[in-house]
Structures are given as C-alpha cells and as structure tokens.
Design a protein around this ligand. Structure first.
Ligand SMILES: Cc1cc2nc3c(=O)[nH]c(=O)nc-3n(C[C@H](O)[C@H](O)[C@H](O)COP(=O)(O)OP(=O)(O)OC[C@H]3O[C@@H](n4cnc5c(N)ncnc54)[C@H](O)[C@@H]3O)c2cc1C
Length: 404
C-alpha cells in the first residue's frame, strides 16, 4: 500500500523485499481467507486497539475501512461482510487481495527488488539519504518508508529487522511482547482434549482473585493449553500481566454462560431424572461434548460408576459450579514467534500521526506493525497497516523522487 500510494502520487519507488515473494504473511491471514478490515466505525476501531489506538485516529479518518474496501473493489476484488463485521474477499482467498496489491504496484511502476534485506538507513544532517542492504548495496532516496512488520511468524519474513534499523538512527523501541497468542496451561488434562473447540462459552481471566476481563465466544484446546478467538483476544492482557509479575494468572471457563446457576441446576435435575439408573459417566451426553466428558468426570471427583440417582444435592450443586467454572492456570504465553501480532515497537511518540513521518529524521516514514500499535482479531491489524501505509506513501511522495 505504501509503495503503491507513493508511486501513484508521483514518486519513483523501489520496494525492497527480503524474501523471494511479496506478502507472505498477508497470504496466511484469516486462515488463508484474509480478514482485511472490519465495518465498525472509527471509534469502535480505536477501542479494538489495546495498543495505542488513539495514534490511529488520523490514519483511519483519512483512509479507513470504507476507503480500503472501495480501493479493493476498484481493483476488481469482491468483498463480503461476515459475523462480527469482519470483511473478507468473497472468494475466501487471500491470494485475491495479494494479487490486487501486486497489480496495483506494478501498474504504478514500482520497482520490486526481491531477496534484498535492508540493514540500515543512511541519515545525514537529520535527513534520510538511502538504505544499505545486507549484501552491501546502497539504494539512494530522499524518503524511506520502514514497513518491515513485527517479530512474529518469522518464516514469513517478519523477523523484526525494522526495530534494529529504527533504533540505530535514534528511535525508541518500546518493549516487544506477544499479543494475540495462545496460552500454555499447567493442567496436564488439556492434552487429552487437544483439538476440541468449545463454542458459546465465556472465558474469564483472574489475577490475584480479581476479575481482569472476560470474553464470550469460541476457544480451542491444544496439546499445551488453549487457543482460539477468545483466548487470543484475552491473551493481550494476560501477556501484559505475566510480563510484570511472578504470580500466576487463572482462567475460568463457563461452559453454560446463558444459564443462571439455578437454571443449570434445574437442567441437571431433568437430565438426572431421565438417566436415573445410569452410571454418572453415562449421564452427561446431553450436557457436554463427548471428548470433554472424561476430563469433567475427573474434575468433578464423583466416582464415575456412581448411580445417578445416588448423586446428592450437594454433589449436584458442585457440578453446577464446575460447569460454570472449569479452572485453568496459565503457565506462560507462547513465544513471540507464535503470536498473531507483536505488541511494542517504534514509539508512537516519535511519529507524526497525521503523516507517519518520523519526528526525529526527515524523510523517514513508518507503516504497519513495526509501529508500537496492536489491535484485536477482526481485521483491525491489517486495516491499521493499510491506513498507515496509505499515509506514509502519500506523504513520502512529497519529497523529491527516489534515485539509485
Ligand atoms: C497467522 C496470522 C493471521 C493473521 N490474520 C489476520 C487477519 O485475518 N486480519 C488482520 O487484520 N490481521 C491478521 N494478522 C496480522 C497481520 O497479518 C499483520 O498485522 C500485518 O501483516 C502487518 O503488516 P505489515 O505490512 O506491517 O508487515 P508484514 O505483513 O509482516 O510485512 C513485512 C514485510 O517486510 C519484509 N521485511 C522484513 N524485514 C525486511 C528487511 N530487513 N528488508 C526487506 N524486507 C523486509 C517481510 O519479508 C515482509 O514481506 C495475522 C497475522 C498472523 C501471523
């Protein structure tokens, strides 16, 4: 976006790409479907950015979701809106978004230099002069847009190079940490339900017995702990707590959030009347996913072969509590390389939010995840990358044309 917009505005642009292909990460977004934005209003957008949302006001007003959607539609990509106001290409393939962007830069004569890894930015008298690559080449230019992405999924090319490049020329890099990341749990039983997805549950985060946040929706068990949409969303707060604390973080899964404890107890009573002569282990089919039943039996501490009609009122009450409060203990967040987004990055204090230009170096612009911004899942992060890319592109073109 940045390269294309700069070229469209009249600059002669060279795009340096470290890998042999453009947009490797874009290709895997949204499970290969690319959730490119969200139709929420600007205020909603900002609220979905736990990391420096306010910094994005200018960019989102100038080139927000409507402008982005019409940009892609003009390039011939049909878009659709799904649950949660998430926007995807109608074809359900991220390749269409990527191809449209490639066509866009090629039709604006952007020169792409593949397998070209930027190492440092040359600065003279407080202004950008060009870029030095790892293989010793120098690309001269009056403006440089640093859009090297974050530090996660390094296989896509986003290995965090931009942080070092920016640091070398005086920019502050706020501490990096994983955001939107799966969580490792202490309980061994999670392995037994590896792959099980729970829908319509509420997950709550507790720290030192205080409720920090909760989310309703879908989560997933993995061989090490938990993942899935609501876990990723809550992981932002969890990773922040874990960074500054040695106490553990507790998670509580409410498997039946739509019912009050009394309603759930009545529901249990109905099931237990129906299955009065069964063993306890055979009485939960209507209540829980099959693969979760052995775990639930174990956590309940009620003998699995106990006859249902012998279960006491006290035991039933405990079952209600358990159904609405499966406890988990977070060991740690998975590493940065497995995060969907990197929190932290080039300090927003040092970037002009109206232009994306550095406040320290003339002609230096930033775009995307390399900036200290991070949003929730739902198309927010890509929109932020496109919006900041737009501003960086348009404003960098005001400098003289690149020469090399
Ligand atoms: C699995 C996964 C799914 C995701 N799904 C979504 C989603 O559906 N919706 C959403 O909004 N967000 C999603 N995200 C987040 C989103 O992909 C990123 O926030 C976004 O791609 C950031 O864009 P960017 O242009 O800043 O960086 P990137 O997309 O990371 O691109 C950076 C580019 O810079 C290149 N580069 C890096 N260093 C150098 C160097 N030294 N020299 C030259 N080139 C270099 C890289 O090779 C890469 O091509 C997802 C992320 C992941 C990991």
């Amino acid at each position: 976006m940045a390269a294309g917009k700069a070229a469209e505005a009249g600059a002669q642009v060279t795009l340096l790409e470290k890998t042999e292909r453009l947009g490797k990460k874009l290709g895997i977004t949204g499970k290969g479907r690319c959730n490119l934005t969200n139709t929420i209003d600007v205020k909603g957008f900002i609220e979905n950015f736990p990391g420096n949302g306010h910094f994005l006001y200018g960019a989102l007003y100038r080139f927000g979701n409507k402008e982005l959607m019409s940009f892609f539609r003009t390039l011939g990509v049909d878009l659709k809106v799904e649950r949660g106001m998430r926007v995807f290409p109608t074809s359900d393939t991220s390749k269409d978004i990527l191809d449209a962007l490639k066509d866009y830069i090629h039709s604006n004569s952007v020169n792409v230099s593949y397998l070209t890894r930027a190492k440092e930015i040359i600065v003279k008298d407080g202004a950008v002069k060009g870029v030095v690559t790892y293989d010793g080449r120098i690309f001269y230019g009056e403006a440089v847009i640093l859009a090297t992405g974050g530090s996660s999924y390094p296989g896509t090319g986003s290995t965090g190079d931009g942080y070092e490049i920016a640091r070398q020329i005086g920019h502050t890099i706020t501490p990096l940490r994983p955001s939107l990341v799966p969580l490792e749990c202490e309980e061994d039983w999670v392995e037994l339900v590896n792959g099980l997805s729970l829908k319509n549950v509420t997950l709550s985060v507790f720290y030192e017995d205080k409720l920090i946040d909760s989310e309703f929706g879908e989560m997933l068990f993995t061989n090490f702990g938990v993942s899935g949409p609501i876990v990723l969303t809550l992981s932002e707060k969890v990773s922040l707590i874990l960074q500054n604390s040695i106490s553990s973080v507790k998670l509580i899964i409410n498997l039946k959030p739509a019912l009050t404890p009394e309603e759930l107890d009545a529901r249990l009573q109905r099931d237990f009347t129906l299955f009065a002569n069964r063993q306890f282990k055979n009485a939960l089919d209507r209540l829980l996913p099959q693969s979760f039943i052995p775990v639930f039996l174990c956590l309940s501490q009620i003998p699995t072969d106990k006859k249902v009609n012998q279960i006491t009122k006290e035991e039933r009450r405990k079952l209600v509590t358990l159904l609405q409060g499966i406890p988990l203990t977070v060991k740690k967040a998975r590493p940065l390389r497995e995060a969907i987004v990197t929190a932290g990055g080039v300090s927003t204090q040092e970037i002009n939010p109206k232009t994306m230009e550095s406040r320290l170096v003339r002609g230096l612009f930033f775009a995307g995840e390399v900036i200290d911004i991070h949003g929730n899942t739902g198309g927010y992060n890509l929109q932020a990358a496109f919006s900041t890319g737009y501003l960086g592109g348009v404003n960098s073109a005001e400098y003289s044309l690149f020469s090399h």
